[in-house]
Design a protein around this ligand. Structure first.
Ligand code: ADP
Length: 313
């Protein structure tokens, strides 16, 4: 089997060089949290497959060719001839405020079907199945897909990871909580921003974590942006500072973090070392424009170790 299978909706993102209302030049890139994580893991040398639906249009072909170029297996992706690839239009208003306009209602990606993913799990036999809280928000069939595969995979001994990834444009916090709580309880690894933990368990951070660990979650990673991150296990809590870098684009930090963290898990590292790899990958991501373009390879990570700030290597 492979290391990781993930699935979800990948879109084409058009990033404007100024406010969208003024038009301007657009940069065309592939976007999608799960495919960002897949690329991040592939760059770190893991075998990864991405499943999902794209339209029979140039945007769908762009998504698949970019993933393949990054070493992600797309064998189990489905080309949906009846629906278009989802699109998004992005304008960066300030260094850390980005506005997004989606054209994804009725997209191929949202028509994900449990059979698509069931076949991918059976054929790839992954060690780890990575899920996000975005996919179940896309449609009733996508929710069914994530819920059922989380249950069947965890019952079959596949490690499941969930990045809560709340998208308030797709559903309310109440809807998210109802859908994601049972999925999180099936997961071995739950990853959330500090303002997302209440979508998978009640109470303060410590109370929410205690409840997840009691349901069998092995590690809960909490992201805090430039303030770093934490990991909780039954043995306690470990914190890591963010790696000090000049952030040029905060989008994608979380997905790079998740890829780095899961890479550590796959390598059998201690929780604190998984956390460090996540924070390092997040720092590379914010240092480059684009959602996944800055995600590090192992050689990139090695650059951080043993060089003083300002060094030319
Ligand atoms: P998300 O994109 O999901 O909101 P975060 O912004 O919390 O995720 O980023 C994930 C991780 O990336 C953080 O825990 C941190 O380690 C790293 N990171 C994020 N922003 C910065 C930054 N400005 N400088 C350095 N590291 C950062």
């Amino acid at each position: 089997g492979i290391d990781v299978l993930t699935f979800g909706e990948s879109m084409v993102a058009f990033r404007s060089d100024g406010p969208l209302v003024q038009g301007g030049l657009q940069t065309t890139r592939v976007a999608g949290a799960e495919s960002n994580v897949a690329i991040g893991l592939a760059r770190l040398g893991h075998s990864v497959a991405w499943a999902g639906r794209v339209g029979a249009d140039p945007f769908g072909r762009l998504v698949l060719r970019e993933l393949r170029a990054e070493g992600v297996d797309t064998t189990y992706a489905v080309v949906d001839v009846e629906r278009p690839t989802g699109l998004m239009f992005v304008e960066q208003r300030t260094a850390d405020l980005t506005l997004v306009e989606y054209r994804r209602t009725g997209s191929a990606g949202s028509a994900l079907d449990p059979a698509d993913v069931g076949a991918a799990v059976a054929r790839t036999r992954p060690r780890l199945l990575h899920l996000t809280g975005i996919t179940p928000a896309l449609s009733a069939s996508a929710l069914e897909c994530v819920t059922s595969v989380a249950e069947s995979a965890s019952a079959a001994g596949v490690l499941v990871s969930l990045d809560v990834n709340h998208r308030n444009r797709l559903w309310t916090r109440e809807q998210a909580k109802e859908a994601l709580t049972p999925i999180a309880r099936r997961a071995a690894y739950v990853i959330a921003s500090d303002d997302e933990l209440d979508l998978v368990a009640d109470g303060t951070e410590e109370e929410a974590v205690a409840s997840l660990l009691a349901h069998g979650v092995v590690q809960v990673a909490v992201k805090r942006g430039p303030r770093g991150a934490s990991v909780h296990t039954v043995a306690g809590r470990v914190d890591v500072d963010a790696v000090p870098v000049t952030a040029v684009d905060p989008i994608g930090a979380g997905d790079a973090f998740t890829a780095g963290f899961l890479s550590g898990v796959l390598d059998g590292l201690d929780p604190g070392e998984c956390l460090r790899r996540g924070a390092e990958a997040g720092a590379f991501a914010v240092s480059a424009k684009g959602d996944w373009e800055g995600a590090p390879t192992r050689a990139d990570l090695a650059l951080l170790h043993g060089h003083r700030p300002g060094a030319t290597v």
